[in-house]
Design a protein around this ligand. Structure first.
Ligand SMILES: Cc1cc2nc3c(=O)[nH]c(=O)nc-3n(C[C@H](O)[C@H](O)[C@H](O)COP(=O)(O)OP(=O)(O)OC[C@H]3O[C@@H](n4cnc5c(N)ncnc54)[C@H](O)[C@@H]3O)c2cc1C
Length: 471
């Protein structure tokens, strides 16, 4: 194994004319750019306002081209940052050391949809929403549904183990990945797992690569498990007079024996910000928090019976009930537009905390305490059924240095509370670049050391997405 210490790529790695010329022999001219606009675009994702332009951008269109680029990068000792659609929220796709931004967006073919076995083999650059539509035409369902699904890519979802509202019942991306095709930092192509529902042949490298945030290998294709589309859905909304009460209600939903497909929580302030730009149902007025539940199953009758059971649990709170597709879309819009509404109101720092469901009310209290102590406003909403809340700390009118100091103080205190509650630093947005400082508190030195050795085994030269995850 090569020693990485001397060979590590340098900060802000630039490309020599000779290295660029060698790269240009591996790709068509239209697949490589050093154009200033392209460098700016590929130097940012959706994480705050961070900018790290690479020295060049490549758009390979086949696994062979990805392999050739990685062989070149190894030979040149240059950093490579894999990129999907750059919708990430923890800075994982930022080329923080310059070098090459490797966009996977042109690997955009669905290779094989196997309706009989209910699997799909897809390339990494397929847009998640488009994959969902393609399989839905055959009555099949790929449940992981990040709110960014109309733009994010399957490869990015796998690299982040992304989730969404329906992870509540069906689990995160990881539950659906059966096998992967990936390119190592050396340029070697590996195949992990298979298209089988069960497979214990050797180490489970598939699940090691899921959530590895582009630091272990470049994912070029995946075989995904599909399920049947549920025949019926019902959407319910419950208003509560306090956020804590709503957070406690989440456990009561599951204790009632009803397993919701989605269970989302929003606090009044988030709804109030949304109401500035959207026409909302009048029943939401006056509630301090709102719980949105989706039930799915075989028949509407079955779902209405489950809804009646929940109605009894939360009596005298009357639910909003949406049975037809239009009414359901209207209720879902409240949840899906909240992120934008908060972002439009103020710049913010998001803490993507996850705790055991029973600790949700305590998390909400901790968020308020940490924000208030730092002189900030907080807004909470998110995937309550998974114990995963997006806690937005709002900047408001603060000047830059006061904001940075207050934000870091609130975030540090909040993460301490999350860890005390048995929670984790990130539920779905990853550690990437912005959450690294919390890792030493979240993991023991022995665990962190093992992770570093895994990284070393996959990428001995340290060229693949350097400076991510590890503090
Ligand atoms: C409006 C909005 C809503 C969002 N909602 C959700 C949500 O509900 N749930 C959720 O989980 N996330 C959400 N996100 C975050 C983001 O969309 C997800 O993390 C998504 O999976 C990122 O996919 P991407 O294609 O944009 O990847 P990128 O942002 O380009 O990359 C993300 C990470 O994956 C790595 N990567 C990308 N492609 C590959 C590949 N082929 N091989 C190896 N590594 C790769 C990158 O290096 C980086 O570390 C949201 C983001 C926005 C802007």
């Amino acid at each position: 194994m090569a020693d990485s210490s001397d060979a590590r790529p340098s900060a802000g790695a630039a490309l020599s004319a000779a290295a660029l010329a060698r790269l240009a022999t591996l790709l068509p001219a239209s697949s490589l750019s050093v154009d200033a606009d392209a460098l700016q675009r590929h130097g940012q994702d959706e994480t705050e306002s961070l900018r790290f332009p690479p020295a060049a951008v490549a758009w390979p269109a086949s696994v062979a081209q990805v392999a050739a680029v990685m062989r070149w990068a190894s030979a040149e000792r240059l950093p490579v940052t894999p990129q999907g659609a750059r919708t990430g929220l923890s800075g994982g796709a930022l080329p923080v050391r310059g070098g090459l931004a490797l966009s996977l967006e042109r690997l955009d073919r669905i290779r094989d949809l196997n309706v009989a076995d209910m699997t799909v083999e897809t390339e990494a650059g397929v847009v998640t929403g488009q994959l969902q539509e393609a399989v839905a035409q055959h009555g099949l369902y790929y449940p992981p549904d990040p709110a960014s699904r109309e733009s994010c890519l399957i490869g990015g979802n796998i690299a982040e183990d992304s989730a969404g509202p329906h992870s509540c019942k069906y689990g995160t991306t990881r539950r659906f990945v059966l096998g992967l095709e990936a390119v190592l930092a050396s340029g070697d192509v590996v195949h992990t797992g298979s298209a089988n529902r069960k497979d214990v042949t050797g180490y489970n490298l598939t699940q090691l690569l899921v959530g590895s945030e582009g630091t272990l290998a470049v994912i070029t294709a995946a075989t995904l498990r599909l399920i049947r589309q549920p025949a019926a859905t019902l959407v319910l909304g419950f208003g509560f007079d306090s956020l804590e009460r709503a957070a406690r209600a989440v456990s009561e939903v599951f204790a009632s024996g009803v397993e919701p497909a989605a269970c989302e929580l929003m606090e009044a302030r988030a709804i109030e910000l949304l109401a500035r730009s959207h026409d909302l149902p009048s029943e939401l007025q006056g509630a301090e928090a709102f719980l949105l539940l989706e039930l799915d199953g075989e028949t509407s009758e079955q779902l209405l019976a489950a809804a009646a059971r929940l109605g009894e649990v939360f009596a005298p709170n009357e639910p909003l009930v949406a049975q037809d597709a239009r009414a359901q879309r209207r209720l879902w819009k409240i949840r899906s537009k909240i992120g934008e509404a908060v972002k439009g109101h103020s710049s913010y720092k998001e803490v993507d905390a996850v705790v055991p469901r029973s600790a949700l009310a305590a998390l909400v209290r901790a968020a308020r305490r940490a924000a208030t102590a730092a002189g900030l406003e907080s807004v909470c909403y998110g995937h309550a059924g998974d114990g995963n809340l997006h806690i937005n700390l709002l900047r408001g009118e603060l000047d830059q240095s006061t904001w940075e100091e207050s934000r870091d103080r609130a975030e540090t205190e909040l993460i301490s509370s999350v860890l005390e509650l048995g929670g984790a630093v990130s539920g779905e947005h990853g550690i990437g670049w912005t959450q690294r400082r919390h890792l030493t508190r979240a993991l023991t030195p022995a665990t962190l050391d093992l992770m570093r050795r895994v990284k070393q085994a996959f990428d001995p030269l340290g060229i693949l997405n350097p400076d991510k995850i590890f503090p």
